[in-house]
Design a protein around this ligand. Sequence first.
Ligand code: SIN
Ligand code: FE2
Length: 216
Amino acid sequence: MTPDLFGDTPGAFAPEPLAPGAVVLRGYAAGVAGALLAAITEVAAGAPFRQMKTPGGYTMSVAMTGCGEVCWVTDQTGYRYQAGDPLSGQPWPAMPEPFLRLAGEAAAAAGYRDFIPDACLINRYCPGSRMSLHQDRDERDFDQPIVSVSLGLPATFQFGGETRRVRPVNVPLSHGDVVVWGGPARLRYHGVLRLKQGWHPLTGEYRYNLTFRRAL
Ligand code: SIN
Ligand code: FE2
């Protein structure tokens, strides 16, 4: 589905089923990782990584920034998509071209056509960072999938059900892996276990995760 970018080896990125509506595309983004990481550096120059606070007053262990028309933020007053970076009052950096292209192609490879994200949340994990189980439900249109790209250190992704009662499955994710969930899986709970110590040649002691969403 993406022959120009990734070479024309059919089946090389055969989606690995995770649940109805959800797949893992192993290594899908590895070939463009350099471009994605350069774009992350550029975004972070305009909108630096920061550890946000939840409404409960807890400081997230994951540092975040983002780009696009809006980005997801959290503070004492709640969770929301916001058009400007609360740190600077400026608009978020525009979505870099390699982001847009990868997100659209990965969504298509997972069976979701015409995905054009308007928001990308960039998560940066250091050893010890984790993300507790949550649903992505602040977007307006649940018909659009979530496309989630892993770069750098490996992590264990947890993929659960539509309620917290369903025990999540553990999915090991490595550099370049892309998870796409939409349709019947769109509101599944998910999270990331505490990141282990490690060193990756491209990202050092970090794991980056890009989540592409159609928020508006
Ligand atoms: C998220 O749910 O926003 C993050 C998922 C991940 O880091 O893999
Ligand atoms: Fe999420």
